[in-house]
Design a protein around this ligand. Structure first.
Ligand code: EPU
Length: 420
């Protein structure tokens, strides 16, 4: 087991380049099952979740050539099975996209129930409601989701909650269905637009992605034979923006889409931090103690829940009391006990963290409880005086490519060491 050791207290300075979006990659990869031909995918993030997904797709029978760490060529000449690996799937939250893709193309799917981060109950009732509305029979027993159908027929689906996963699964299942599918109350995240753009590039007919009504006109096949480049990761960009601010740094975040981080920019500016958009880069500079601010997480374009723990770290050293309210997940507060070990003053009231800013944090031994909590620990370590050791960094490796190398290039003193 490895851990990260950080000698904190150094302002981050320089330029960092953002990689492809994790949450786009992990729905575009299963979408390749829908293609009847080949496709090249560029700007894939080189992270554990992506590597696991590629292994599962290979096991199902796709030919995948890794041209470089960030580029693959996928050839779908038909698959061997529609039953997915019991070994790798439960470790991936996004394995449920295999249900939509396999059902959409091969009319049958057997997929272990998803694993991944742990922050409260993670129901999939809206996914199942959507598959059934399209004409599938679905059961969840013995840790497996099983779905079968003779054919899928387009229909109107109104999602009871704005769900990223259910919206994506509906798109995957309906691209090759007979007739037209309308998803209402759809999620609007940039990776949903990216999935729709990918599928349209491969031959699909999807309109309205990025709005709350998405229309999918079923096509007979997706010929593929095209190249697609994944959008930059807005959460990685946001994480570096917050890390720059928390260390009193001066950082240019390259290769991102500033529009996708508008809600983060707005909060940093409200805190008195300088944020400038420079084409496809963002410049973040912080030379005084940030001001307190209140934040509520919301589906896109609201403030992302996946930036909640990182932002809590910054608010821990802001001047005054901030209230950070979580409205997407039941329990995203596991980071709180760890952040307190740095000297942060936080208490939980219902779905809110009440954060009384302190002047500075002190390094501590801490543990990651999930991916974004892990990112929050890294930021706290960078912003703290003294040494921080972070265990269970495999959570961080699930979603951040070369994090310590990128931070070292910004002047951080950070190393990966063996637990023992
Ligand atoms: N929900 C339901 N029923 C469903 C599906 C969702 O009630 O059938 C509820 C959830 O309990 C939650 C809310 O709807 O309260 C939103 O859940 P959503 O389905 O949007 O989340 P997800 O698709 O499971 C993705 C990301 C998460 C990110 C959320 C919200 C992936 C693999 N995961 O999860 O990302 O927090 O959207 O933006 O794409 C991360 O990257 O760190 C991460 C956890």
């Amino acid at each position: 087991m490895e851990k990260l050791r950080i000698y904190g207290g150094k302002p981050l300075k320089g330029t960092v380049s953002i990689c492809g979006a994790k949450n786009a990659a992990i729905c575009i990869l299963p979408a390749t099952l829908l293609i009847d031909g080949t496709c090249k995918i560029e700007n894939l993030p080189d992270i554990i979740d992506v590597r696991r997904y590629i292994s599962v797709l290979k096991e199902l029978g796709l030919n995948i050539t890794q041209n470089s760490p960030n580029e693959i060529l996928v050839e779908n000449k038909g698959i061997k099975t529609t039953s997915c690996s019991l070994e790798l799937c439960p470790k991936m939250r996004a394995s449920y996209y295999l249900v939509g893709a396999l059902l959409g193309r091969y009319k049958s799917a057997e997929v272990p129930l998803p694993g991944g981060c742990n922050f409260g109950s993670r129901p999939i009732d809206q996914h199942i409601k959507g598959f059934e509305a399209l004409g599938a029979q679905v059961s969840t027993t013995q840790g497996l989701i099983k779905a079968t159908t003779k054919k899928l027929v387009g229909t109107s689906i109104y999602l009871d909650v704005v769900s990223v996963g259910a919206t994506i699964n509906m798109i995957l299942a309906s691209v090759l269905a007979e007739g037209t599918t309308i998803i209402e109350n759809a999620a609007k995240e940039p990776h949903i637009v990216d999935l729709a753009n990918f599928l349209n590039t491969m031959g699909a007919n999807i309109k309205g992605a990025g709005t709350d009504t998405i229309k999918i006109v079923g096509v007979k096949s997706l010929p593929g034979n095209a190249t697609y480049s994944i959008i930059p990761d807005q959460i990685e960009a946001g994480t570096f923006m917050v890390a720059a601010a928390a260390t009193g740094g001066d950082v240019i975040i390259k290769n991102c889409i500033p529009k996708h981080v508008d809600s983060i920019t707005a909060k940093l500016v409200e805190m008195g931090i300088t944020v400038e958009e420079l084409g496809d880069s963002i410049h973040v500079k912080c030379d005084k103690r940030p001001k307190k601010v209140n934040i509520k997480t919301m589906p896109y374009p609201g403030f992302p829940t996946d930036m909640h723990p990182q932002m809590a770290t910054l608010l821990s050293i802001a001047n005054g009391m901030s209230i950070l309210t979580e409205s997407v997940w039941d329990n995203r507060f596991q980071y709180v006990e760890e952040l307190k070990k740095f000297g942060a003053q936080i208490r939980i009231e219902g779905r809110s963290a009440i954060i009384e800013g302190v002047k500075s944090l002190d390094g501590a031994p801490v543990v990651c409880s999930d991916l974004r909590a892990g990112a929050a620990m890294v930021i706290a370590g960078l912003a703290s005086k003294g040494v921080t050791e972070i265990s269970k960094i495999e959570y961080v490796d699930r979603g951040y490519e070369n994090i310590e190398e990128k931070l070292r290039n910004l002047g951080a003193k950070i190393e990966r060491v063996n637990e023992d």
